[in-house]
Design a protein around this ligand. Structure first.
Ligand code: IPD
Ligand code: CA
Ligand code: CA
Ligand code: CA
Length: 269
């Protein structure tokens, strides 16, 4: 992507992300209509839909030849990553949005022919914006994020994962995962994949493991983590497919191989 074109897209996206965040904050205490999707705990609200519609109508107006992949159905049905593709999660962490009124994010990744060019993760209630352009580093607000700690010791790392890994499940042997939890310094569960990616990029979390994410949960995060020298693969160490669901392992590159070989490969069913 030509840098001038990218800058124009970046500036529009930035403006829309901040405006969407402002809208959410302004309506935070309005009565909410909450629906469920695949199961009783899979929530969606009118706010998720309104914010997604806000992005899609703006994008279609200013960039009619761009494509959109998004969670709530306002985007396009894509079977290729060719062209410019906006990958949008209007609210990542809807359960936190509903129950906590905080700890959720707007996530926007912009890809050109399958390559992540721009990423935004906006922690709406804290008004903290993580952003990145490919090859130009990642930022938290106006501050450039430093490269991830090159001397990280595996036993001193903090890993983001949720309880699914530790309960009996059909994908991994929970006993191996319990051993991982004992071997690292600590674990955290934030409930917003985007904010977990942002935390990995900031170096306050050293890795994040999850059994299944959609493209809009990870598109922005992958761009941002890449810019500080981190890496993102599936839990089998493979490349992420942007058009489908993936298991995800994003981390400080220092601990990738160790966790992959000593735990994930062992645990895999
Ligand atoms: C969810 C959150 C959550 C993750 C789920 C996602 P949503 O996104 O990122 O942390 O564990 O897999 O679906 O539905 O709140 O946008
Ligand atoms: Ca959802
Ligand atoms: Ca999400
Ligand atoms: Ca969402």
């Amino acid at each position: 992507m030509n840098t001038e074109v990218r800058e124009t897209i970046f500036q529009h996206a930035l403006e829309w992300v901040l405006e969407a965040g402002k809208t959410i904050r302004a309506h935070m205490n309005d009565p909410l209509t909450i629906d469920t999707k695949s199961n009783a705990n899979d929530l969606v609200t009118t706010m998720d839909r309104d914010i997604e519609a806000f992005f899609t109508s703006n994008i279609k107006q200013i960039f009619p030849d761009h494509f959109i992949l998004s969670e709530e159905g306002f985007g396009d049905q894509l079977d290729t990553m060719d062209g410019t593709v906006w990958i949008i999660d209007p609210i990542d962490g809807t359960m936190n949005f509903v129950h906590q009124k905080r700890n959720f994010a707007i996530s926007v990744g912009i890809y050109q022919d399958g390559i992540g060019e721009i990423g935004f993760i906006y922690n709406v209630m804290e008004d903290v914006l993580y952003s990145a352009k490919r090859g130009e580093g990642a930022y938290k607000g106006n501050k450039k994020l430093p490269a991830l700690n090159d001397n990280l010791n595996f036993h001193e790392s903090i890993i983001g994962l949720n309880h699914f890994w530790l309960c009996e499940n059909r994908l991994v042997d929970e006993r191996v995962m319990q051993q991982l939890v004992k071997d690292v310094r600590g674990t955290r569960t934030y409930g917003s994949a985007a904010l977990e990616f942002a935390s990995v990029a900031e170096g306050i979390l050293d890795g994040y493991l999850t059994l299944s994410l959609s493209p809009w949960d990870l598109a922005a995060g992958m761009v941002i983590v890449n810019e500080v020298g981190g890496m993102t693969t599936t839990i089998d160490g493979e490349k992420i497919n942007m058009l489908g669901n993936n298991s995800v392992f994003t981390c400080n590159s220092k601990i990738h191989q160790r966790i992959l070989e000593s735990y994930l490969q062992e645990a895999r069913k």
